[in-house]
Design a protein around this ligand. Structure first.
Ligand code: ZN
Length: 172
């Protein structure tokens, strides 16, 4: 089932999310719903706070080549445990900040640990778009958005556009 995506500014997007203690069927259902919501949007990553749930859960799939099989990843309690000195700049966007893009510089390669939907611990090295996406999604679990990397002028401009978008949507 698709879930509505919160649009910035929203206090729930600024919260530090709680670690998941054990993975219930409800949380597995939430992960499935988040993947469906992400693919439908379409997007390459989604964090639980973006659907109003303040748990440390993200989903992502950065496969973009035509004909490549999808690779949906569900990560509970994801953590960056090592980052490269080498940096990479991507034009980032966010499903909670529709149609706004800006360049963000982050470590190019990261090692990430997480628990999967069956409770199994994983560790993997991510590079390129995957590395950017997983860092962007983990930031969401700490109440941080990609616009927080921008200067105050640019951030305010985007926030005002989002406030207007929300007003327009509320009016219908
Ligand atoms: Zn985002």
């Amino acid at each position: 089932m698709k879930r509505p995506i919160l649009i910035h500014p929203d206090p729930r997007l600024k919260k530090v999310c709680a670690p998941v203690a054990d993975i219930s069927d409800d949380l597995r259902q939430l992960a499935d719903d988040m993947l469906e919501t992400m693919y439908d949007a379409p997007g390459i990553g989604l964090a639980a706070p973006q659907v109003g749930v303040l748990d440390r859960l993200i989903v992502l799939d950065c496969v973009r080549e035509e004909g490549e099989p999808p690779r949906p990843l569900v990560m509970f309690n994801p953590e960056v445990i090592a980052s490269s000195d080498e940096m990479n700049t991507y034009d980032e966007g966010c499903l909670s900040i529709p149609d706004q893009y800006a360049e963000v510089t982050r470590p190019k390669v990261v090692d990430v640990t997480w628990i999967d939907r069956d409770g199994k611990l994983h560790r993997e090295t991510f590079d390129g778009l995957w590395a950017t996406c997983v860092q962007h999604e983990i930031d969401h679990l700490n109440g941080k958005l990609f616009i927080d990397y921008l200067g105050p002028m640019k951030r305010q401009m985007i926030t005002r556009k989002m406030q207007k978008l929300k007003r327009d949507r509320a009016r219908g």
